[in-house]
Design a protein around this ligand. Structure first.
Ligand code: SF4
Length: 414
């Protein structure tokens, strides 16, 4: 029996940049190891200090139902008014104890080889989802090397289907397979492959991702209104097909293109969502230079937008490619369990809109727009794909603000 990978074109090209990476993926995350992986690590022949380090670096995972271990992250102290303090930021950004600050390399991998790493470490940022003979593979947008490829290659986010020759390697725990309970809770995932095909094709159709997202919102709303049970999910392909036909009609696209951007209102909403998402933390990105405390300063916003566009002149697909990958992060990995289909789509739209505003802030203040954009995109997505609570908070806020229809999504994305 043949197996296939459905993957964005960049997937086979992706390589971790290791020591050159500025946003090392093991910082600030819960990294889990299985008993078997830890036992294998304990077989290495190493100096006494390294054995001590291994002993100090793992704790039993206290999460209910877990039988694995977590890496004890090491906190760093930050200088504040000449004093070293262990603040909230330090706690949130603990580093993996095996991460060598000087070389940026993992000490286990560097000294003893990749075979002694846990699967979470070797697999990241790759993700796998399996249904029957198809494996969907993608890489998380939280990795700066992934963002870099997306920004440099126009066709990077187009999907391809290739024959899978090494599928036995994926039989481990790291591949997501839907359980019966998951499908009952979120019937849309029964047609995940069709959904991924539809949206990636739609988003890749135009360089301008904003119009595609609004078109996609119409289909998302219809799916939510129609699909309430597992049996209803069988209607999804025909819903998507009918929208596919409609989207080929110029009149729909013209009417979406005709929606004027109300960027002042958009900024007010996004500023609110950014606060909801990051709280008062400004170390990711500070967008306060774009407003006067209450209102947007339009000249700055527009100047930032123009400078960002200039930095990506000739690569108008840049934001589109990043948005498609964010879509894959949410719709391949998260099992869409955070709300209805339309609500999940709304959160995706909000994250892309936040990134658009970040892009304006970066354009306005940064001398190296591309480098800063890569960093911020990775940081935004690090929170998004690894913290469902935050995404839920954003959704809650969107509901509170009454952003519940495709027209509202047009308001925040246009
Ligand atoms: S974030 Fe990406 S490039 Fe950086 S260390 Fe991790 S996998 Fe490598």
């Amino acid at each position: 029996m043949d197996y296939y990978y459905k993957q964005p074109r960049y997937f086979s090209k992706f390589r971790c940049i290791g020591g050159e990476c500025t946003e090392s993926c093991c910082d600030g995350w819960t990294i889990t190891w299985t008993q078997e992986e830890l036992d294998r690590l304990n077989t290495i022949d190493c100096p006494e200090e390294f054995r001590d380090l291994i002993e100090r670096s793992f704790s039993k995972n206290t999460k209910p139902g877990s039988d694995n271990y977590v890496v004890n992250l090491v906190n760093e102290f930050y200088a504040q008014n000449g004093e070293l303090v262990l603040d909230e930021r330090a706690l949130a950004e603990g580093k993996c104890p095996f991460h060598d600050n000087e070389t940026g390399l993992c000490l286990i991998q560097k000294n003893y080889g990749e075979k002694y790493l846990g699967s979470v470490c070797t697999q990241y940022p790759r993700r796998y989802y399996n249904r029957d003979q198809i494996y969907i593979r993608s890489c998380s947008t939280s990795c700066p090397a992934v963002v870099d490829i997306l920004l440099k290659n126009k066709d990077a986010a187009e999907m391809e289907t290739v024959i899978a020759r090494d599928v036995q390697k994926l039989s481990g725990k790291s591949t997501v397979r839907d359980t019966v309970e998951a499908v009952e809770k979120s019937p849309y995932i029964k047609k995940r492959l069709e959904i991924i095909d539809f949206y990636t094709e739609l988003f890749n159709k135009f360089d301008n991702i904003e119009d595609s997202i609004v078109l996609g919102a119409l289909a998302a709303k219809k799916i939510t209104d129609t699909v309430k049970t597992i049996n209803d999910a069988d209607n999804i392909p025909s819903i998507l097909n009918s929208y596919k036909k409609q989207f080929s009609a110029d009149s729909i696209l013209d009417s979406i293109k005709g929606i004027e951007s109300n960027y002042k209102l958009k900024f007010l909403i996004i500023n609110n969502l950014v606060y909801q998402y990051f709280g008062t933390r400004k170390d990711y990105i500070d967008i306060s230079m774009l407003h006067d405390g209450e209102q947007l300063i339009p000249e700055r916003y527009l100047e930032g937008k123009a400078k960002f566009a200039k930095a990506f002149e000739g690569r108008e697909y840049a934001l589109r490619n990043v948005a498609i990958n964010m879509f894959l992060d949410i719709f391949v990995q998260l099992n869409m369990t955070q709300g209805s289909f339309f609500e999940t789509y709304s959160v995706f739209t909000a994250f892309v809109a936040v990134l658009q505003v970040f892009a304006c802030a970066i354009g306005y203040e940064s001398d190296d727009v591309e480098k800063k954009f890569i960093k911020i995109t990775a940081m935004l997505n690090r929170g998004m794909s690894h913290n469902k609570e935050r995404a839920d908070k954003v959704l809650e806020k969107m509901k509170e603000l009454g952003l519940t229809t495709p027209a509202h999504l047009a308001l925040i994305i246009k």
